[in-house]
Design a binder for this molecule. Structure first.
Ligand code: IVH
Length: 691
């Protein structure tokens, strides 16, 4: 037995090393064949000896096709974003703010690439990956550990003897390299599946997939750029040695804890993929040289980048500079200028979205733009078309910034010829022919034929089954389209009448998935009422508004009979939403759908448990939570505020009713509250208010 466990250990160690050589260093030292041989031997041994299983074994990178739904995990340190700059002047301003903030002290700025993927936070304990969490809303994210384990350039185990801290977090960007992106889209095109607009969307769609097997197949990559070593973490002895300083700390330790750049260089030794293109800058000129160099050179990088990030190197100075409400004062992003090309506009076509919103699309002569061929661009709405003063045949400027779809930003009017036709926005829906309408204050035109226009019908069903609505996760847009094409469903209530035989289409091979789908639909009748209010898809009623409406009216029947005044009385509901609710329930087709949903058993009122504990004690109040609390967590306080009819808001303004303040409330917030005369309420006082 000794032998087996020893061999397993040895194979794992070697495979981790070869993985690293291949995916991080891009310098394999053995052939793929030899690698596969070792992997097979390890897989066999692990199969025969399940007692030695380890989630961080190199064999685990292949993923599983188990369905997992993600757990939400709070971030230990919030994941903030960066303020953006677009030109040299704004960089100078940043540089000056830093310099002033540090009272003229010397400082270094680290310039590095801004990767265009999705951010991830990785936790390592005793050299092993224990958790990977997406940014989410910055405060809580999705636990995607199983998926992240399949990304070959993310070490599952750090290098022995490399001196890593016993516990730390490291953040970075998950990316889909251009080559994988293009291959994936080619494959999807062949299967007539919708294409991903850019590598960022593809990476994000992949990482959020429920199947880690699929994640493994899609070949993601990751660059790490931010190390957080908590105070008090101890370092694993480093075999490379190091001079003990006066405090008994090795020089490496001091670097890890004191400087951003040096910390990342250490992380590189532990096994992480860290960009080679980082530079310590001593002046604005250094920074501009870096930016100008990478603005061109980035086109040769294997992954997408959209700018440069500038960070103060010293962590002490970072702490001194601190944070604004949204981003650090010690860092800033510079966004590369979008690439622009000129090409001919041939036609304007119109797409009908799920909500009936009409999007005009420019169809142009194909032009090479930022690495891809572009022939279509969004024109957003009628106002944009009018402002551009577009004619068919115009030479138009197209830009592709960080955004998904290229856009038309201008017209070269010198190239205009007589007799060309002005672009006039359509008056009728291209899908169903209904006359279009434009709602007060809305930029978009809408097709009002909600119940008869195919993309809207499908869109509403897709919305109904989506995660934040009824969460019927065994159905997706493709199944909805399929059911609709086959004439099985025309509205959301039809879902509850589907039979296994219909769904399977009398095809034996589809019985298992059909059973699963029908089961999932049946189970959705337990979804709480407030999500039902969101799911039925009343135009302009989002998740939050749905909650407010559900809590105020408590039953669908009451909501259906609500008057304009009663609706307007709900905090957060204005004229547009109130009218939309009335319009929805006035439509007889919707009334029938609601009745059919009720007959299927869908929740049409708040449950006893939901009603219990709900009060109006904080009705109409906007409350900011700040600081650290003793009795309850921030999330618990947030829930209490909502349960008692209040609204939790992010930042202090004159409209804030009060600040619920714990210990260490930020000085900037305190000052702002005082300046605006906003009341500060401590934890005990708050609990008293609700008692
Ligand atoms: S540092 C507190 N460095 O850009 C500082 N971010 O809005 C944390 N990003 O959410 C971010 N490359 O997803 C940093 N070299 C880099 C980056 C980078 C890309 C992303 C990151 C962040 C966003 C900033």
């Amino acid at each position: 037995m000794e032998d087996v466990s020893g061999r397993i250990e040895q194979l794992r160690k070697e495979l981790h090393q070869h993985n690293y050589n291949y995916y991080v260093l891009n310098q394999p030292t053995i052939s793929d064949y030899e690698f596969d041989q070792m992997m097979h031997e390890l897989e066999d041994l692990e199969r025969q000896h399940p007692e030695y299983a380890d989630p961080n074994s190199p064999t685990q990178r292949v993923g599983s096709d188990l369905n997992q739904s993600f757990k939400q995990v709070p971030h230990k340190y919030p994941m903030l974003s960066l303020a953006n700059t677009y030109n040299e002047d704004e960089i100078r301003d940043f540089y000056e703010r830093v310099s002033n903030g540090l009272a003229g002290e010397d400082f270094e700025i680290v310039a590095e690439m801004k990767y265009d993927g999705l951010s991830i936070s990785l936790t390592y304990v005793d050299g092993e990956l224990t958790q990977a969490v997406t940014r989410g809303d910055g405060v809580v994210g999705d636990d995607v550990t199983a998926n992240v384990r399949t990304i070959r350039s993310i070490p599952l185990k750090l290098k022995e003897g490399s001196g890593y801290p016993n516990e730390f977090e490291i953040r970075g960007e998950i990316l889909m390299p251009w080559t994988s992106f293009e291959a994936l889209n080619a494959e999807r095109e062949a299967k007539e599946e919708p294409l991903f607009a850019n590598p960022r969307n593809a990476a994000s769609g992949t990482l959020k997939s429920q199947k880690s097997e699929l994640v493994a197949a899609r070949k993601l990559d990751a660059f790490l750029y931010y190390l957080i070593v908590p105070e008090g973490a101890t370092m694993q002895a480093s075999s490379s040695g190091g001079m003990a300083d006066l405090f008994g700390m090795t020089s490496e330790q001091a670097f890890v804890n004191e400087y951003h750049y040096e910390g990342l260089m250490k992380a590189k030794e532990w096994g992480f993929k860290i960009s080679d293109g980082m530079k310590k800058c001593k002046s604005i000129d250094d920074i501009m040289d870096f930016i100008n160099y990478w603005d061109k050179e980035r086109k040769n990088l294997p992954v997408a980048t959209d700018g440069v990030v500038l960070k103060v190197n010293s962590l002490r100075q970072q702490r001194h500079l601190g944070y604004t409400a949204k981003s650090p004062r010690w860092a800033i992003a510079y966004k590369f200028k979008a690439e622009r090309e000129c090409t001919r506009l041939n036609e304007v076509t119109y797409q009908v979205g799920r909500t009936g919103a009409i999007t005009p699309v420019a169809n142009m002569d194909p032009v090479q733009l930022a690495g891809t061929m572009v022939k279509r661009a969004s024109l957003h709405n009628a106002d944009v078309i009018n402002e551009l003063d577009l004619y068919i045949g115009d030479m138009v400027y197209v830009e592709k910034g960080g955004e998904i779809i290229p856009k038309v930003v201008g017209v070269n009017k010198d190239k205009r010829e007589p007799g060309m036709q002005k672009v006039e926005f359509i008056t009728h829906c291209p899908e169903c022919g209904a006359p279009l309408v434009r709602y007060e204050g809305e930029a978009a035109h809408y097709c009002p034929n909600e119940t008869g226009c195919p993309p809207q019908i499908k869109g509403r069903i897709e919305h109904y089954i989506s995660r934040k609505a009824m969460n019927i996760d065994s159905l997706g847009p493709e199944t909805v389209d399929d059911f609709y094409q086959r004439g099985l469903i025309h509205d959301i209530a039809d879902l509850y009448q589907l039979t296994i035989a219909q769904v399977a289409g009398f095809n034996k091979n589809r019985v298992v998935s059909a059973t699963k789908a029908v089961e999932a639909i049946k189970n959705s009748v337990n979804v709480p009422f407030e999500r039902v209010v969101f799911a039925i898809g009343i135009r302009f009623v989002g998740e939050t508004t749905a909650k407010l409406l559900a809590r105020k009216f408590k039953t669908m029947e009451a909501l259906r009979h609500a008057t304009l005044e009663q609706l307007l009385d709900v905090d957060g509901v204005g004229q547009v939403i109130a009218e939309s609710v009335i319009r929805y329930f006035a439509d007889e087709k919707n009334q029938i759908i609601i009745e059919r949903l009720a007959a299927a058993g869908v929740q049409m009122q708040m449950s006893e448990e939901e009603l219990a504990g709900h009060t109006d004690k904080l009705a109409g109040q906007s409350i900011v939570i700040s600081g650290v609390f003793q009795h309850h967590s921030r999330d618990e306080y947030k829930a209490m505020i909502e349960k008692n009819g209040g609204k939790n808001v992010g930042s202090i303004s004159a409209k804030t009713s009060f600040v619920l303040a714990g210990d260490n409330m930020g000085p900037a917030k305190l000052e702002k509250a005082q300046k605006l005369g906003v009341k500060i309420v401590n934890e005990d006082e708050f609990l008293q208010m609700l008692a």
